[in-house]
Design a protein around this ligand. Structure first.
Ligand SMILES: C[S@@+](CC[C@H](N)C(=O)[O-])C[C@H]1O[C@@H](n2cnc3c(N)ncnc32)[C@H](O)[C@@H]1O
Length: 267
């Protein structure tokens, strides 16, 4: 495999503590911005005898948090989240919805996204066009073992198991809700695909001929280090959408015009 620049070498050492994850940093910056707004409000009240309107205060807090996030080097999408978050909170509370709705929404999102604040890999499913392209890449002349690391709702594996009944398909997923749904789909559809609720970092990738990953840019350097260490010679790593920095894939396949690509790495 050709390494084209400064790859993810040593990236395994970069695993961050929870306090360094973007989500936690973003939250801390919102707290700092809230303190700034409260101080400003106190100053306005003391010197001009006016209190700041709650929407204006939320706007100022958002701008302050976005600027601090830029200064801390958070990714661009965090700046938008930071800017809009306080206003969204004020608007949501203005709706005067019953508190249980927020509790329900919180638990639903918790079960769906689980520790993605730490892994930086949220849930979003791939679709049938991608599954068909992956099926074209799977060796058809022998039975193989394939793992989807972060298997979500299990759609890819259930599709592949229908195409290759003799092969072994395993999905691992951290988030409870997608994992439960994938298990139910396998059980109800009579599929032999196995879905485990665990962290793919605990797997030995050498047990599989093909590893499929649809993760996020943040996960790719560590995944490459793990794949290089553990995968067998002749094994295939397929990453949907996300490239591995500094590593040239053996093949790039577009499931459809102008869509995200499959990056194929032969070990
Ligand atoms: C972008 S989704 C892809 C889902 C599925 N592979 C598909 O193609 O539809 C990524 C999934 O990986 C899961 N995930 C993230 N980090 C993980 C980890 N360390 N171990 C297992 N699953 C993980 C997330 O919970 C999420 O469901």
């Amino acid at each position: 495999m050709k390494e084209t620049g400064s790859p993810g070498a040593g990236a395994g050492k970069q695993s961050k503590s929870i306090s360094q994850t973007p989500a936690v940093q973003a939250l801390l910056l919102q707290v700092v911005s809230l303190i700034v707004v409260l101080l400003l409000n106190a100053a306005f009240a003391a010197f001009f005898h006016v209190t700041v309107n709650v929407f204006a205060a939320a706007g100022v807090q958002g701008v302050c948090a976005a600027l601090l996030s830029k200064w801390r080097g958070l990714a661009p999408w965090w700046l938008a989240i930071q800017l809009l978050f306080p206003l969204a909170l004020v608007l949501a509370s203005a709706l005067q919805l019953p508190p249980w709705i927020f509790l329900l929404a919180f638990f639903f999102l918790l079960l769906l996204y689980w520790t993605s604040f730490r892994t930086q890999v949220p849930f979003y499913p791939s679709g049938p066009v991608v599954w068909e392209k992956v099926a074209e890449l799977v060796p058809a002349d022998r039975d193989i073992a394939l793992v989807d690391i972060g298997s979500g709702l299990g759609g890819l594996l259930l599709h592949l198991a229908r195409c290759f009944p003799g092969s072994r398909f395993v999905g691992v997923e951290l988030a409870p809700l997608p994992w439960l749904i994938s298990c139910l789909r396998a059980r109800l559809g009579g599929s032999a695909v196995r879905f485990d609720r665990c962290d793919y970092n605990r797997l030995h990738l050498g047990e599989y001929d093909v590893v499929f990953a649809y993760l996020s840019p943040a996960a790719m350097p560590d995944l490459w280090t793990k794949a290089r260490k553990e995968m067998r010679k002749g094994g295939m790593l397929i990453s949907y959408e996300f490239a591995i920095p500094g590593i040239a894939p053996s093949m790039i396949i577009s499931p459809r015009f102008n869509a995200a690509k499959l990056h194929v790495f032969h070990m």
